[in-house]
Design a binder for this molecule. Sequence first.
Ligand code: FMN
Length: 221
Amino acid sequence: MDVYEAVTSRRAVRGFLDIPVSPEVLERVLSAAAWAPSGSNLQPWRIYVVTGAPLTQLKKLATERVANREPWDEREFVMYPADLKSPYADRRAAFGLERYSALGIVREDWEARQRAAIANWDCFGAPAALFCYIDRGLGMPQWSDLGMYLQTVMLLLRAEGLHSCPQMAWSQVRETVAEILSPPDELMLFCGMSIGYEDPAVKYIRTGRAPLAETVSFVQD
Ligand SMILES: Cc1cc2nc3c(=O)[nH]c(=O)nc-3n(C[C@H](O)[C@H](O)[C@H](O)COP(=O)(O)O)c2cc1C
C-alpha cells in the first residue's frame, strides 16, 4: 500500500469484527511508529496497548459507568473551546449530522445518540486498543508530537490491513482507564484508539473535508 492510499483509506472506523489482532503485528506497527518526528526528539508519547481480559474488563467498567450516567471524570484538558467559532463549529455540526444520519438517527433523538456514543467505550467492538498518555509537565508543541505519532500508527495499521478510531472519549473516563493500566501520576491521558479489522456491515458516511482553499494558501509568483 502506498502512502497516498494509506492516508485516504484511513478513517475513523466505528465497527470492528471480533477477530484478534496478532501481537506481532501490533509490535511491528509500534516499532515502526517510533520513527515519528518530535521536537528535539523528545518522543513524548507514552503508550499502553491493551487486549484480551484487561480490555474486556475496561470495556465493561467504562460502558457500565456511562450507561448508568455517572458523571465524567474531572477534565484535565479542554477538548473543544466552549465558544467554538465558525468555521469550526459548522464543521463539527456537519460531522455530527453525517455520523448520526449514517446510523439513521435524527439530531433530536438524544437517547439514540447516547446509545451510539456508548459504543466508544466498547471500542466499537475492537479486540485491541491503545491509550496515549503524555507527561503533565510537557507543553503544546509536545502535544502536537502526539498527533504526528498517532497518525503514523494509524497509517501503519492500514498497511497491515487494520483500521482504527482515535478516541478522546476515553479521557472522559480516565480514572476507569487508570484502574486497569495503573499509569504513574505524572502521566495525563490524551486519548484512546480502537484497533481491529473493519466490520463491513456497519454503515458510515465518509466524513468530508473543507475545500483546499479554505485551509491552504499557496504563496507564490
Ligand atoms: C484526537 C482525536 C480524537 C477523536 N475522538 C473521537 C472519539 O472520541 N470518538 C469518535 O467516535 N471519534 C473520534 N475521533 C474521530 C474524528 O471524529 C474523525 O477523525 C473526524 O470526524 C474525521 O473523520 P475521519 O477520521 O473518518 O476521516 C477523534 C479524532 C481525533 C484525531
